[in-house]
Design a protein around this ligand. Structure first.
Ligand code: PTJ
Length: 239
């Protein structure tokens, strides 16, 4: 039992719920390590949305509104941390949601989809094919989902799929607290912010931002700027 007045109450509650999700199989054991890495980077950035991340979140809204087939690729950690936020985000943006797992079993795919559906998310389901050239199971996706998406939102994952998707000409938005990660470095637009802060911010920005031409907008984004901003914020806090 975590006392409500504990200074790290929120963080401990999140850990507790992720540990329970790992026990049920929704989150992989490796996902707990990934969460710990995220916590460390969130500490460094001050557990808040920086002005630079807020700018990236507004840009993300513009990109999503401009896309014809935007897809949010959701893994076990995302589902466990943010199923409610994903449902609201989907309702506001109309984005398709597809489950894509690194530690993939058919049982876990169904478990993550069921968890999302129980929180009101409409999940794309069907026969996956290896449409992204990767040796591991993240290459498996739906032809009518990630397979034909013009924009893919990825969160909390390693960089090889992001790289492969970029090589396929897709616009990739990555939510990742680690500005040094390959995913953040290779994405069209890195959002260096925590997942449950990011999704409501993009959802809100979708009410005010305007659509444009997806690829023109994507080409105008300076990925390096957002990485450098985040590293500067972290350095300043360390100093
Ligand atoms: O559910 P599965 O089987 O697909 O497994 C997914 C895991 C988590 C195992 C997989 O994607 C993974 O190994 O991820 P990585 O390579 O550890 O990358 C996760 C990244 O997300 C790290 O750079 C973390 O800093 C970052 N991160 C962790 N938690 C958060 C986060 N970024 C934003 N918000 C968070 N809550």
């Amino acid at each position: 039992m975590i006392p409500k007045n504990h200074p790290r109450y929120h963080s401990l509650r999140v850990r507790e719920s992720l540990a329970a999700a790992a026990r049920s199989g929704l989150v992989s054991l490796e996902g707990l390590a990934a969460h710990g890495r995220g916590e460390a980077f969130d500490y460094l950035i001050g557990e808040r949305t920086t002005a630079s991340a807020a700018e990236a979140e507004r840009l993300a809204a513009q990109l999503i509104l401009s896309a014809v087939r935007p897809v949010f690729s959701v893994n076990g950690n995302c589902a466990a941390l943010a199923a409610d936020e994903i449902a609201i985000f989907q309702k506001r943006t109309g984005v398709a949601v597809e489950v894509n797992l690194f530690h993939r079993t058919e049982e876990r795919m169904q478990q993550v989809a069921d968890h999302l559906a129980a929180h009101g998310v409409e999940v794309l389901m069907g026969e996956c094919e290896r449409l992204v050239p990767l040796a591991h199971d993240r290459g498996l996706c739906l032809p009518e989902g990630i397979g034909s998406a013009d924009l893919i939102l990825v969160a909390l994952e390693d960089g090889d799929r992001c790289e492969a998707l970029r090589k396929m000409g897709r616009v990739v938005i990555a939510i990742d607290l680690n500005p040094l990660s390959r995913t953040a470095r290779l994405a069209t637009l890195p959002i260096i912010d925590e997942l449950t802060r990011t999704l409501p911010a993009i959802t809100e920005a979708c009410g005010t931002e305007m659509a444009g031409d997806l690829h023109t907008l994507a080409a105008s984004i300076d990925n390096q700027k957002f990485l450098a901003d985040a590293l500067r914020e972290m350095r300043e806090r360390l100093a």
